[in-house]
Design a protein around this ligand. Sequence first.
Ligand code: ADP
Ligand code: MG
Length: 262
Amino acid sequence: MTSATPLETDSVIPAPPAIQIRDVTKTYGDGRSRVQALASVDLDISSGEFVCLLGASGCGKSTLLNLVAGLYRVDQGSITTGDRHIGFVFQEPALFPWLTVAGNVEAGMRFRRVPRAERQARVGELLRLVHLDEFAHLRPHELSGGMQQRTSLARALAQDADILLMDEPFGALDAMTRSVLHDELEQIWARTGVTILFVTHDVREAIRLGDRVVLLSSRPGRVIGDSPIELERPRRLDSPEVNALAGEVTALLRQEVRRHAG
Ligand code: ADP
Ligand code: MG
């Protein structure tokens, strides 16, 4: 007799990573203007993990994120995300100025021809998730920076995202708003189980948010550190534990920046 019992051996096969980056190299331009942005980057990110990618300005963080999103092509190596859907949150919100908050979140779903009733239900759900349900009818210019980034986050999630790529999304916000958004993003992550690759040059922000912090060197960018952050959640940006770890990581990064300054 056949039975629907799952094979026991299934449970011992490790799940493939949500994002697998293997030996990735990326160079821009040629001749004298040639810049090697990334050299031989290897990184595995598990499903549901929250990884912060940390490095100095110009070290190749955005390049790596754009490669994972498939916006740029690798010169060498490979990036695998399986059939997972990717949502992208940029530093600049890049919202459609003529659409409302709800319209911006809905835009990608219209494009994918999701039926109207389903779209509206999903938009409502997402706006509640990012605490914008009362502001659905506003247009981008009527929003604060924090509200614009919440809209961008909802829009990225509306892609049925399994993976969220976030490129310094809170870099332009004031400290208070930023800290509120850290809390909210952490709650959304816990609730949805989405995999997050979050780019920042802010050491404390990386430690506040990440399950792991991955350090990228400069010119070319390579992975020079990869540490689990074992502090209990939710963490506080200004807690002594976060500060102590931030001190260690900053010392490493300073060495790295100095190595390239001379
Ligand atoms: P980060 O996001 O860490 O600040 P980027 O990935 O934007 O770094 O850039 C890495 C390096 O590649 C920098 O030296 C930058 O000037 C260069 N770069 C980035 N994008 C381009 C591009 N489209 N054309 C030429 N050079 C680029
Ligand atoms: Mg960048």
